[in-house]
Design a protein around this ligand. Structure first.
Ligand SMILES: NC(=O)c1ccc[n+]([C@@H]2O[C@H](COP(=O)([O-])OP(=O)(O)OC[C@H]3O[C@@H](n4cnc5c(N)ncnc54)[C@H](OP(=O)(O)O)[C@@H]3O)[C@@H](O)[C@H]2O)c1
Length: 339
């Protein structure tokens, strides 16, 4: 639980009464929860939908896995003891959580709890960016920034599944091989070579889609490297935070916000390029679309069709360490807290 915005020291483990499910809910005994970069932003008090839907105090967490402990009167699909994966708009860092039935899916037999908990947020985010916003077709050139990360890895996997040519960008050498193993055709390590000349060599005619969660650091050039019909999908601004620090540097964040490029619709029409942006936490209100994404992803997961990014498991009480690892910018794949 986080009672007020701060560094990793503001993450508190507290006791609370067990929740009981309403008639349409399933109560899950949590065995693992996924940790996302957005949780750091929630903890720092900068996540707008957290303020909108919860306020302080808040239990962060968007994804869990575990066993069903109890079900409401209208729930037919699950029974106590079933292994499930759930997505939630906050509250996932808890030992028990009640979720509406549509936010759950069975945990495939081949997956452990940590792998299951690490799956939905990254893949739902990537699915929405690629299938709803990007209209992928085979052969399209897709550039993925931070390709070794949770969402980045899922973007690589889903873009390859759609038959695209994928260029991954990573910030350090140890991330190159894992991204190649996820299926990327080219990986650019921007710590070793200049990013944009390397992109121009890999995609001489420009990119159809660029997935960018960096913010001001790359957004302008991401747009400049689109080909006609291309689009940049913006889904985060992680360069507003300082790598390795769990504290908000207000001046850095403000300076970063001022550097976010403005896009001119007249020029966008003229160049035939688009800029799209989204936040998954509002997708919970779009039930048919949410269901379509869940069905596609969980069907593919169950059939073993998706390569999954690696998952680092940490004991639940090491939640501060999990956040510090994500702040470092050096992680590969996902982190899951295991109860
Ligand atoms: N819009 C949405 O609905 C939505 C949903 C989920 C996630 N997101 C966003 O997607 C991004 C990725 O999330 P994730 O959970 O999958 O994290 P992640 O990619 O596993 O970790 C973040 C990565 O960002 C890069 N990075 C750049 N600046 C950084 C900084 N100041 N501090 C730490 N890392 C930095 C690092 O990779 P490199 O150095 O290799 O680039 C790092 O590995 C985040 O910005 C998150 O907020 C958005």
């Amino acid at each position: 639980m986080v009672r007020r915005a701060g560094g990793t020291g503001s993450l508190l483990v507290e006791e609370a009464p067990d929740p009981t499910p309403s008639s349409d809910e399933v109560c899950v005994e949590v065995r693992a929860c996924g940790v996302n970069f957005a949780d750091l932003v929630v903890r720092m008090g900068l996540y707008r939908s957290a303020k909108q839907y919860v306020g302080w105090p808040i239990v962060p967490g968007f994804e869990v896995s575990g066993t069903v402990q109890a079900v409401g009167a209208n729930v037919a699909r699950y029974r106590p003891g079933d292994r499930v994966i759930g997505v939630t708009r906050f509250g996932g860092y808890a030992s028990r959580i009640c979720l509406p039935e549509p936010q759950l899916r069975p945990l495939p037999a081949a997956l452990g709890f940590a792998q299951g908990a690490a799956f939905p947020v990254a893949f739902l985010t990537a699915w929405y960016a690629l299938h709803e916003l990007s209209r992928l077709r085979p052969g399209r050139v897709v550039l993925v920034h931070s390709a070794a990360g949770g969402v980045g890895g899922a973007l690589v996997v889903l873009a390859k599944r759609a038959g695209c040519r994928v260029i991954g960008v990573v910030g350090s050498a140890h991330k190159v091989q894992p991204v190649l193993e996820l299926g990327a055709d080219v990986v650019i390590d921007k710590s070793r070579e200049a990013l944009w000349p390397a992109v121009e060599r890999a995609a001489p005619d420009g990119c159809h889609v660029v997935l960018d969660a960096n913010g001001a650091e790359t957004l302008k050039q991401s747009y400049a490297h689109l080909r006609p019909t291309g689009r940049v999908v913006v889904y985060g601004f992680h360069s507003l935070l300082r790598r390795g620090s769990d504290r908000l540097n207000v001046f850095r964040a403000l300076a970063g916000l001022l550097r976010v490029p403005r896009f001119n619709p007249y020029e966008m029409v003229d160049k035939n390029r688009g800029v799209l942006a989204f936040n998954l936490s509002y997708l919970f209100d779009e039930l048919p679309l949410f269901g379509e994404a869940m069905d596609d992803l969980f069907g593919a997961l169950e059939r073993g069709e998706l390569r999954l990014p690696p998952v680092t498991e940490l004991p639940f009480d090491n939640v501060g360490e999990a956040h510090r690892l994500l702040h470092s910018g050096g992680t590969v794949g996902k982190i899951a807290l295991v109860l």
